[in-house]
Ligand binder design. Structure first.
Ligand SMILES: [Zn+2]
Length: 472
């Protein structure tokens, strides 16, 4: 009883302390968040909402086009005929699989090109997010497609070898192999793939460069390398990353980040990226994805066998390349259903990196500035359901609120100077005041030489869906 009374008294004290502590804050974080949000005018907000909400259905249309192509491939008998022709003429199983994958992917790409062009080029220009002409975009599209065709068909060949050997337990071994393959590609991509799309050059000496390195080294990132890459070749959006491990660790900043943000904003973004690195998010993402993939492959195995029983569409077994359109459709379908799970896994890591970054860079206003710039294409204030289902990063509102809570409490602690809560007087994001053309103004890399990019083995701190896709 005494224990209970003590607990009740403690709870009452906590309940009283809550509002009392909030009242002691130098400013109200909710009000400060509203002041930041008010820097984005109605037109910019409507544009951002419409771009992002359009993405809700766009991400489902691509896979649906893939399902239709797969169904036609099976139903019209192309799959079994191509398989039989390849078996007769190529004979070696691995090459039958690889060539089948290449033919199937090429036909699919031709049939969905109109869609890819609209999503990747037309729509990006409609919203003023792309800096590319059609020919620049198309060349990068072909390069990207060629690279994924090469890597993808090799991966598919290996997966089918595993399926043929392991038979009923292929989905377990296939998961392990997929993760190993992804880890190797992740290590090689910054060295061999990223320089195809962008040039990386050392950042010239400056106070900003020094302060970025101070934050990195203070948090145990073993590097002296800060590089700048010409992201403005593809897009206006800001980005950065920390990649590599040990001797090869380096910090890469987008030129757009340096052009568009204040030094505090750049440090805030770097604090976040350093967080991904220090918290070893590549490893935890790999582990969490392993759980997702093993369930997806297991379910796909079951669905595949159910749909292809009695040799429907001429498919003899899961190891038969003629079943590839069906196998990849069921895997794709399961991953589509897992969209919110995937987004929550990613957002969980992004939230951690945000908190780490605030504490490491101690730039709450720079953090709010960055969140606003990213809200050029990410809806600022989603409903809780929207954020839970569709967001792979916290929303702009959530991020700015987090920064303002951090700022108010640290002012109260007395470890940062007192001041107002909201944005600097008169500050507005550049996409409201008039968008810059990053190729015409601003930062120029010291040398335009692709060979300057260091040939080092690296592991990306943050995976990007495609070189032109906005991230962060
Ligand atoms: Zn991130």
């Amino acid at each position: 009883m005494r224990g209970f009374l003590g607990l009740a008294a403690f709870a009452a004290a906590l309940a009283l302390a809550g509002p009392a502590m909030a009242a002691a804050l130098p400013f109200d974080p909710d009000v400060a968040t509203r002041e930041w949000l008010a820097t984005m005018d109605e037109a910019a907000r409507a544009r951002s909402d419409s771009y992002f909400e359009g993405g809700y259905w766009i991400q489902f249309v691509g896979p649906v086009i893939g399902f239709i192509v797969a169904f036609a491939f099976l139903q019209l008998g192309f799959a079994k005929n191509i398989r039989s022709w390849l078996e007769k003429n190529v004979k070696i199983y691995f090459f039958v699989v690889v060539l089948f994958a290449i033919v199937y992917t090429l036909i699919g790409a031709v049939l969905s090109f109109g869609w890819d062009y609209w999503v990747g080029f037309v729509r990006q220009h409609d919203y003023n997010l792309s800096t590319q002409t059609f020919s620049q975009w198309f060349i990068e599209y072909l390069q990207g497609f060629g690279i994924s065709l090469l890597i993808g068909s090799l991966a598919i060949g290996l997966l089918y070898l595993i399926i043929a050997v392991a038979k009923k337990t292929w989905w377990i071994w296939g998961t392990i192999a997929s993760l190993a393959f992804a880890a190797v590609i992740g290590m090689l991509a910054p060295v061999y793939i990223a320089p195809i799309f962008n040039h990386y050059n050392p950042m010239p000496e400056s106070a900003l460069r020094e302060s970025v390195l101070e934050i990195a080294q203070a948090n145990g990132v073993p590097t002296n390398d800060v590089l700048v890459y010409d992201r403005s070749r593809q897009t206006n959006s800001v980005s950065a990353n920390v990649s590599g491990f040990g001797e090869t660790t380096r910090i890469s900043l987008a030129d757009t980040l340096l052009q568009r943000e204040s030094p505090g904003g750049v440090r805030a973004v770097l604090g976040h990226e350093i967080g991904h690195y220090v918290l070893q998010h590549t490893v935890s993402l790999l582990v969490m994805n392993a759980l997702l993939i093993v369930v997806a492959f297991g379910l796909a195995n079951f669905l595949f066998n159910f749909l292809s029983k009695d040799e429907r569409w001429g498919i003899r077994s899961v190891a038969d390349p003629a079943g590839m359109p069906l196998l990849f459709s069921v895997i794709g379908f399961i991953f589509l259903l897992a969209t919110p799970i995937n987004n929550n896994i990613t957002r969980f890591h992004e939230h951690q990196a945000d908190m780490f970054g605030l504490n490491a860079a101690r730039e709450p206003d720079g953090f709010a500035e960055s969140a606003l710039l990213l809200s050029e294409y990410r809806k600022m204030e989603p409903t809780p359901f929207e954020e839970w289902f569709f967001y792979d990063h916290p929303s702009g509102y959530a991020r700015i609120h987090m920064a303002m809570v951090w700022k108010a409490h640290h002012m109260a602690l007395g470890d940062i100077p007192m001041g107002p809560g909201g944005p600097p007087p008169g500050w507005q994001p550049d996409f409201v005041t008039g968008h810059p053309d990053p190729r015409a103004v601003g930062y120029t890399a010291p040398s335009d030489n692709a060979a300057a990019a260091p040939a080092t083995a690296t592991l990306p701190a943050e995976t990007e869906p495609s070189p032109a896709a906005p991230s962060n």
